[in-house]
Design a protein around this ligand. Structure first.
Ligand SMILES: Cc1ncc(C[n+]2csc(CCOP(=O)(O)OP(=O)(O)O)c2C)c(N)n1
Ligand SMILES: [Mg+2]
Length: 283
């Protein structure tokens, strides 16, 4: 387990802010994009890449790397931003979002961009893929881990629960799921569209070791994310309570910012909010 000190926390806050700024930058370039889920997950993704996982931007296919599966593929703007920040590719590629032939499609494509482990976008498949990776790593005698980021609305896909059962059956203690529980999905509150609460008890009933954290608290994310397995011979899941569109005051916790086709006035507001946050944390 790694405990973040204050300097490390500030550094990760700065990375998370850069991710948020670059998410908005890509949406500006592409004229629209999935905003809310990228921003609710920005802190988790910053912590994963900059503190928790072993990856090598100079050698994306390094055999001993940890694997990251963005099961909720529509959050990919946050993934593109962190991969650019890590140096997997030149940051200028971010400005091609939305243009023909871009390496940054609306959902991630492992054949187009270094650092993408698997194609996602159709919800409900990432956990099955990750389970297969986790089994494969064990068979190869590697101690690498598989990290998965899922949406809370995504959990309504039944295939997830087959994968959850299989992961505990095969004792995949090299697997850690983050559920970004922002309580919204595409068309409303998750509890109203398709209720899967209480999440904690459901995961537990499927044989997982469960923890619940504040998904914007970088200390909690790192402390728990570096502490796996929570229990030997069991897969681990962190239910991360978050706010959809976190960081943009006019959009936070509002369903209509799941996908954002912004007006120039809204872009101005977004820049104001993020620059203000930057002034507070020194960038
Ligand atoms: C199989 C499938 N059905 C429907 C969709 C359309 N869709 C895209 S995002 C989304 C909502 C996802 O909500 P959640 O998992 O909570 O994501 P977040 O709130 O983090 O954006 C839906 C239904 C999809 N991508 N795949
Ligand atoms: Mg959600």
């Amino acid at each position: 387990m790694h405990k973040l000190n204050d300097d490390e926390e500030l550094y990760l806050e700065q990375i998370a802010l850069k991710i948020r700024k670059n998410v908005v930058r890509m949406i500006k370039a592409g004229k629209a994009g999935h905003l809310g889920g990228a921003l609710s997950a920005a802190d988790i993704i910053a912590a994963l890449y900059f503190k928790i996982m072993k990856v090598n931007p100079q050698n994306p296919g390094w055999r001993k790397r940890d694997r990251f599966v963005l099961s909720a593929g529509h959050k990919c703007l946050a993934l593109y931003a962190v991969l650019a920040e890590m140096g997997f590719f030149n940051e200028s590629i971010l400005d091609t979002y939305g243009s023909l032939g871009s390496k940054l499609p609306g959902h991630p494509d492992m054949y187009k961009l270094p650092g993408i482990e698997t194609n996602t976008g159709a919800l409900g498949h990432g956990l099955s893929i990750a389970g297969g990776m986790a089994i494969g790593l064990k068979m190869d005698g590697l101690d690498s881990k598989v990290y998965v980021l899922m949406g809370d609305g995504e959990l309504a896909e039944g295939s997830n629960w087959e994968a959850a059962a299989a992961s505990s059956h095969y004792k995949l203690d090299n697997l850690l799921v983050f559920v970004d529980r922002n309580t919204l999905q595409i068309s409303g509150r998750t509890t109203e569209v398709m209720n899967y609460e209480p999440l904690y008890k459901r995961w537990e009933a499927f044989g997982w070791c469960v923890r619940e954290i504040n998904g914007h608290d970088l200390k909690q994310i790192v402390e728990n994310g570096t502490d796996i397995p929570f229990e030997n011979r069991k897969p681990s899941v962190i239910i991360a309570n978050t706010v959809k569109s976190k960081g943009l005051s006019f959009a936070e916790d509002r369903v209509n910012y799941h996908y954002w086709k912004a007006t120039p006035e809204e872009f101005q507001l977004a820049d104001q909010d993020l620059n203000e946050l930057g002034r507070r944390i020194g960038i």
